[in-house]
Design a protein around this ligand. Structure first.
Ligand code: GLN
Length: 309
């Protein structure tokens, strides 16, 4: 998809960059802390295949938690919602994305939703394949189809960096395994999860995936259905209720569109029936959402009336 640089968008980007020094690049995954806090790029992909952009849209970043919406779509397509929601709930938590507390205090150890780490790990444990390699390839093939790019892959450095330091996520897995919520080998689940989080792309490719969800599952490049409408609808609903971690309520009020963020600084929005947005801005606020990305979306909301509410 060819993307036109857009001056108006660039001006909004320049404005949003002014708050870059108020955020902090993620460092708990060591490989992420190398990012430059001044980087900010954005692309908007329309359902008819048009696209506008600003900033360095060649710059790749890892999906991190944005991958959770993709694996959710995949397991919903493979198993149907009844099976999936037997292993993961539908309710927002109000807790940080990596919290373990609700696993212990809610009546079943089933994670409350697929957008928190516990829920995403449960989703990853359902991915089809005989071993980690096959499962990762299966996820990658789906992502390649979503953004219509056969070259998409994961960043080995970031995957290893997280795999070797991710003790909290291992604890979530072992807790859920102990409670009979997930089955299988925890190290294998961790390998698949850290590789799915390390899938690397630029903001144009992310905007195209956003446009697939915005357009009820239709790829804006090929006009083919790549996700059933019902699955796209469920994913967008989770993006509204839980996509921006424990700031999802505030985000719904201030911006009002389905969105999913990741600690790399990526944000994907799916503005229903209108367009997909891909943003990359590494400095994060204290909740773990891109600080410059959030500022940019506030400016979009003021200027283009994004909110669907
Ligand atoms: N890979 C990250 C983790 O599990 C993803 C978290 C995120 O982006 N919020 O900690």
């Amino acid at each position: 998809m060819a993307c036109q640089r857009n001056e108006e968008l660039q001006e909004l980007l320049n404005e949003a960059k002014k708050v870059a020094n108020e955020g902090k690049v993620a460092s708990y995954i060591p490989a992420l802390q190398r990012e430059n806090p001044d980087t900010l790029s954005c692309a908007i992909a329309y359902p008819d295949g048009q696209c506008i952009s600003a900033g360095d849209i060649q710059k790749n970043f890892t999906l991190q938690s944005i991958s959770k919406i993709i694996t959710l779509a995949l397991v919903l397509m493979d198993y149907g919602s009844e099976h999936v929601f037997h292993k993961v709930g539908m309710e927002p938590t109000g807790d940080p994305f990596n919290s373990i507390i609700k696993l212990e205090t809610s009546s079943q150890a089933k994670p409350l939703n697929p957008m928190i780490n516990a829920g995403a790990l449960s989703v990853t444990s359902m991915i089809k394949g005989k071993d980690a390699t096959e499962k990762v390839e299966y996820i990658l093939d789906f992502v390649r189809k979503l953004c219509h790019d056969p070259e998409i892959t994961y960043c080995k450095d970031v995957a290893i960096s997280e795999f070797t330091t991710s003790f909290l996520n291992r604890s979530l897995c072992y807790y859920m395994k102990g409670a009979g919520v997930i089955h299988g080998n925890v190290e294998e689940i961790m390998e698949v999860y850290t590789k799915q989080c390390a899938i690397s792309m630029n903001c144009l490719q992310l905007a195209i995936i956003g446009a697939v969800f915005a357009g009820d599952g239709i790829c804006p490049v090929t006009q083919e259905e790549v996700i059933p409408k019902n699955v796209a609808r469920i994913c967008k609903t989770f993006m509204v209720t839980c996509g921006m971690y424990n700031a999802s309520g505030e985000f719904a009020i201030k911006i009002g569109v389905p969105a999913k963020s990741g600690v790399s600084g990526g944000i994907m929005c799916a503005v229903p029936g209108r367009f997909g947005i891909g943003i990359f801005g590494p400095p994060l606020n204290e909740i773990g959402n891109s600080h410059t990305g959030m500022r940019l979306l506030e400016l979009f909301q003021e200027k283009y009336d994004l909110s669907m509410f």
